[in-house]
Design a protein around this ligand. Structure first.
Ligand SMILES: Nc1ncnc2c1ncn2[C@@H]1O[C@H](COP(=O)(O)OP(=O)(O)OP(=O)(O)O)[C@@H](O)[C@H]1O
Ligand SMILES: [Mg+2]
Length: 246
């Protein structure tokens, strides 16, 4: 569904992405981990089209999208949520969701005219809110929500376009334990017709959700494997726990 082939990216002399390849099949649960600055967000920017690679290519459902801008990739089924908040703070949860759905269905041109009353939209908004466990918050302004709830809503905006592939960059960053648990449950409940690629620092979340894990280190793939393989890896242990090679 999503494939990176030999991606390379440098900012000036700093090589941030080096020959990174990974393949995310339909319905997969794939995590990208690595220390701060190892190039995780840059990889997402390359996959989503915010950045152009210096080398390599990106394939979406088998199609080469390396030269397509982010909005074109979104229309082909790629969605992402950002590390930073992407909501309309003064709109209600209902209107944030309605707007995202209207735009995803290319009805955005009428959003300034009672978009929430477009035929069928109200029902879709409520279904999406139920999926996100935001029914109780539908009439609240986005800015008045707790941080964790805002991030739930943000996930809803990404889901509005019925994506085939979803990129989540640190969805639990800055959350309380309670908020992390709620977000983790939402992610675990995502339908299997969505392939998930997730950057996450919380290893409990990674090992619970992911079926494959790619470990980045200085922009390179240090290892890719199942959670058990990554946990048991000598390379990871040496690198992260400072153990020496025999
Ligand atoms: N636009 C840019 N211009 C110059 N350097 C950049 C740019 N974006 C990222 N970098 C650098 O590239 C490296 C990788 O950054 P990136 O944000 O991809 O790391 P990350 O793995 O997502 O880190 P974190 O865990 O802190 O989110 C860092 O050294 C960062 O300073
Ligand atoms: Mg990052």
């Amino acid at each position: 569904m999503l494939e990176a082939r030999g991606l390379g990216k440098a900012f000036g002399a700093l090589e941030v992405t080096r020959a990174v390849s990974l393949s995310v099949p339909a319905g997969a649960r794939h995590a990208v981990v690595g220390p701060n600055g190892s190039g995780k967000t840059t990889l997402f920017n390359l996959l989503a089209g915010e950045l152009r690679p210096d080398a390599g290519s990106v394939l979406l459902a088998g199609r080469d999208v390396t030269r397509l801008p982010p909005d074109a990739r979104a229309r082909l089924g790629l969605a992402r949520s950002f590390q930073r908040n992407n909501l309309f703070p003064d709109l209600s949860v209902r209107d944030n969701l309605a707007l995202a759905l209207a735009i995803a269905q290319r009805r955005g041109a009428v959003f300034w005219r009672r978009f929430a009353r477009l035929p069928g939209l109200a029902g879709e908004v409520e279904a999406l809110a139920r999926r996100l466990r935001l029914e109780e918050a539908l009439n609240r302004r986005a800015r008045s929500l707790a941080y964790g709830t805002q991030r739930q809503l943000e996930l809803g905006l990404a889901l509005a376009g019925a994506p085939k592939v979803l990129l989540l960059d640190e969805p639990t960053a800055g959350m309380s334990a309670e908020e992390t648990a709620a977000m983790k449950a939402l992610i675990a409940d995502l339908p299997r017709d969505i392939a998930l690629l997730i950057v996450e620092h919380d290893m409990e979340v990674v090992f619970d959700i992911a079926e494959r894990v790619t470990v980045l280190d200085y922009g390179r793939v240090l290892i890719e494997g199942t959670p058990a393989e990554v946990r048991g890896s000598e390379a990871v242990r040496r690198r992260y726990l400072g153990e020496r090679a025999p």
